[in-house]
Ligand binder design. Structure first.
Ligand code: RIB
Ligand code: CA
Length: 318
């Protein structure tokens, strides 16, 4: 134990144990989800991670669930996990972002078979955790909001025990990255996002614009250390994620939601109103208008270099 940890231990002897913020993470790994989860793992001792749930999105639900099993087993051993919804609320059809993340969602990195115990109903697992938590839960979503929408539809009273929702979703100005107007997570299930926005739980949105700003040259990863399995995993992910904006960069969308949780001083937060267009309108288009009385906020970066260095430091820290 380091001197600092020993000192902290002694100073806290006889004191109330420090209450850790209870957190649920819903995700669709996905390479940037994977990086976000590894980033969170560096700070997990500061939180009480209650549950990780999978959602369909970057790849079909069976793949995202297998990838959640991999992360639970290798980074969050012992955490409860559960499988989420296969389809969006309304449009019962599968879409993916496999061209970005690869068919296995991890840029082809082979994780083998996974047998980490996984419950089969993410919505009921969320409900059980939140209902039984003595403290209000912080919800973190890194994919489409289908599971969260089903949670507040099936159990509306549960909103009272959710403190805040940190989400990578949507766009501030109606532009998109999967279509000209749709950011992927909003476009995949706009009805779900609209329902969650309107249920009056404060949201801290990490919008597409922020991920487009948090761009890191793929060549920067080439010079990163390769001593550990994790280093090689991160490098493989970075070299195999693709985009249609500029493929010499990787755009770190999801990690910005985790950094907002663990290092909020790297951002400014703008109170806003969120409008989600749903089908048959231009489903998935979103606009976030500043409003000092808005209950939601969107985040933007003040120092890109500082942010990118923070993310890289913890992605390659063992
Ligand atoms: O638009 C980017 C978002 O869609 C990220 O969460 C990425 O993982 C995909 O889910
Ligand atoms: Ca994601």
């Amino acid at each position: 134990m380091s001197y600092a940890k020993a000192k902290k231990y002694i100073m806290n002897l006889g004191k109330e144990p420090i209450k850790k913020r209870p957190v649920i993470i819903d995700c669709d790994p996905g390479i940037d989800d994977a990086m976000a989860l590894m980033l969170f793992a560096e700070f997990k001792d500061n939180f009480d991670l209650k549950l990780i749930t999978s959602c369909a999105g970057n790849t079909p639900i069976d793949i995202t669930t297998k990838n959640v099993q991999f992360f639970a087993s290798n980074f969050f051993n012992g955490v409860r996990i559960a499988k989420g919804s296969r389809y969006p609320l309304v449009r019962q059809k599968q879409m993916t972002a496999e061209y970005v993340h690869g068919r296995n969602g991890l840029g082809g990195y082979d994780i083998g078979e996974q047998d980490y115990p996984c419950e089969d109903d993410a919505v009921e697992a969320m409900y059980d955790v939140i209902k039984n938590s003595p403290e209000k839960i912080t919800l973190v979503t890194l994919g489409p909001m289908t599971n969260v929408a089903k949670l507040v539809i099936n159990h509306p009273e549960i909103k009272e025990n959710i403190e805040v929702i940190y989400s990578m979703i949507g766009s501030t100005d109606g532009t998109g990255n999967i279509t000209e107007y749709g950011e992927f997570n909003a476009y995949f299930d706009p009805e779900a996002f609209d329902i969650v926005v309107k249920c009056n739980i404060p949201m801290i949105i990490n919008p597409m614009q922020l991920g487009n700003e948090t761009r890191i040259k793929k060549s920067a990863f080439a010079n990163m250390p390769t001593e550990t399995i994790k280093d090689n995993f991160v490098k493989t992910l970075a070299e195999n994620i693709h985009n249609e904006i500029d493929d010499s960069y990787i755009f770190l969308y999801d990690p910005n939601t985790i950094v907002a949780l663990v290092k909020p001083e790297l951002y400014e937060f703008v109170p806003c109103d969120i409008h989600v267009y749903t089908y048959p309108d231009v489903g998935g288009k979103t606009v976030m208008k500043p409003n000092e009385n808005g209950i939601h906020k969107y985040q933007f970066v003040t120092d890109k270099t500082k942010l990118n260095n923070f993310i890289l430091k913890y992605l390659f820290k063992d």
